[in-house]
Design a protein around this ligand. Structure first.
Ligand SMILES: [Ca+2]
Ligand SMILES: [Ca+2]
Length: 81
């Protein structure tokens, strides 16, 4: 097993991956669409938009400021094999 690999998640509110890569590839605040990653350092707002609710359940909040930290905009459950 290699230890130098990781995977993460991202959410693009009101857009697609293709739109993000074409229209805002630097993920700059003020441009759109934005992408919110499971890695804080990759987020345009520098805050954690992604929570791990349990080992298999994850949730995002989709705003760029802290006025809405509801973490119910996307919720996913994953079963690892
Ligand atoms: Ca929200
Ligand atoms: Ca919400």
């Amino acid at each position: 097993m290699e230890s130098d690999r990781a995977f993460g998640w991202y959410l693009i509110p009101n857009g697609t991956t293709e739109q993000f890569l074409r229209e805002n590839p630097d993920n700059l605040l003020g441009n759109s669409p934005l992408a919110f990653f499971s890695f804080i350092a990759a987020n345009p707002n520098g805050i954690d938009n992604f929570w791990r609710l349990s080992p298999n359940e994850f949730a995002w909040t989709d705003l760029t400021n802290d006025s809405d930290i509801d973490f119910n905009d996307v919720m996913i459950g994953i079963q690892f094999g």
